[in-house]
Design a protein around this ligand. Structure first.
Ligand SMILES: [Zn+2]
Ligand SMILES: [Zn+2]
Ligand SMILES: [Zn+2]
Length: 306
């Protein structure tokens, strides 16, 4: 079987099961670990701006947000942002990271969306950067070819580098903030960055020549190779949510179901490596966990792939 080479950022395990959406979930610890950009192109395009109602409602939210910002009304701004993000993910559920698979996580996630959008709106630094980006974008030159409108290289790569730098800096600030701690599990920094970058790549790729496309994909870290993967030993099981068949590799604690995009816990307990007592498998099995009985730190999956 040919599959893109992905290694879990949390536990180090390789991706072994086939996947049908661009979201790559680890087959051993169940975390959201990467994005397959080539699949994303088709997947996300299908739902982009699919209804005119969305465009209308979004405009309405944006106008009310603008007003709240002008009034300096942070509380109202936060409330509107929260409402907007809820509306957005209800309209386009395909964009919701699959790690957000229950009502509690969804609520926490929306709070973070509202809080961080509000903070950046009221922080002049980010507004300045956004205006610089806009200026770069407006200075771009276009020309016609037989394969459509293309953008001049120099200006475009200036914009791409600016955007990449701005995103990286923004994410660094965001993930260092203890207020957003929950995001490290829901949407790890590396994956989040890749998601944002993939939206940018997706929008610009059609305007680039073949040569520039290559350069751009390298710059943004999206050129990847397929490798031959041997399916590891394991067994077939059943998704606890939709009953679809799932393949559970040996040593796995949580497997993501491609049919319903939910995660099934396949091992409820583990034996402490020091005292041998049975402990419950934690929500995020990639994280080190202290034995309830002797206190020794256990690493559930690293033992296999470390
Ligand atoms: Zn993992
Ligand atoms: Zn399922
Ligand atoms: Zn123990």
């Amino acid at each position: 079987m040919k599959i893109k080479k992905f290694t879990c950022i949390n536990c180090g395990a390789p991706k072994v099961n086939e996947y049908k959406s661009p979201y790559i979930m680890c087959d051993y610890c169940g975390s959201f670990t990467d994005i397959d950009f080539t699949l994303g192109m088709n997947f996300w395009n299908q739902s982009v701006m699919k209804n005119i109602g969305y465009a209308f409602n979004k405009m309405d939210y944006m106008n009310r947000l603008q007003y709240a910002l002008q009034q300096g009304n942070k509380q109202e701004y936060w409330r509107l942002q929260r409402g907007y993000w809820d509306y957005y993910y209800r309209t386009y559920p395909a964009y919701l990271p699959p790690s957000i698979d229950d009502g509690y996580k969804y609520r926490d996630y929306l709070d973070v969306c509202a809080e961080s959008s509000t903070e950046s709106a009221f922080e002049p630094k980010w507004g300045d950067l956004a205006r610089q980006q806009q200026a770069l974008q407006q200075s771009l030159q276009y020309y016609q070819t037989t394969s459509g409108t293309k953008v001049q290289s120099d200006g475009f790569f200036k914009l791409a580098e600016f955007f990449t730098g701005m995103m990286k800096e923004g994410f660094k600030v965001f993930y260092e903030n203890p207020k957003y701690e929950v995001m490290k599990d829901l949407l790890p920094e590396q994956v989040h960055l890749k998601m944002k970058m993939s939206m940018f790549v997706q929008a610009w790729l059609p305007y680039l020549t073949d040569e520039d496309q290559d350069r751009f994909l390298k710059l943004t870290g999206f050129s990847m190779q397929y490798v031959e993967i041997e399916k590891p030993a394991g067994r077939t099981g059943e998704c606890e949510h939709c009953k679809a068949e799932i393949y559970i590799p040996e040593g796995s604690f949580k497997v993501h179901c491609e049919a319903c995009h939910k995660t099934t816990k396949v091992q409820q307990t583990f034996k402490c490596m020091s005292c041998g007592a049975d402990n419950n498998v934690p929500e995020y099995p990639a994280k080190p966990i202290d034995c309830e009985f002797c206190g020794v730190e256990n690493r559930l999956i690293q033992r296999l792939f470390g």
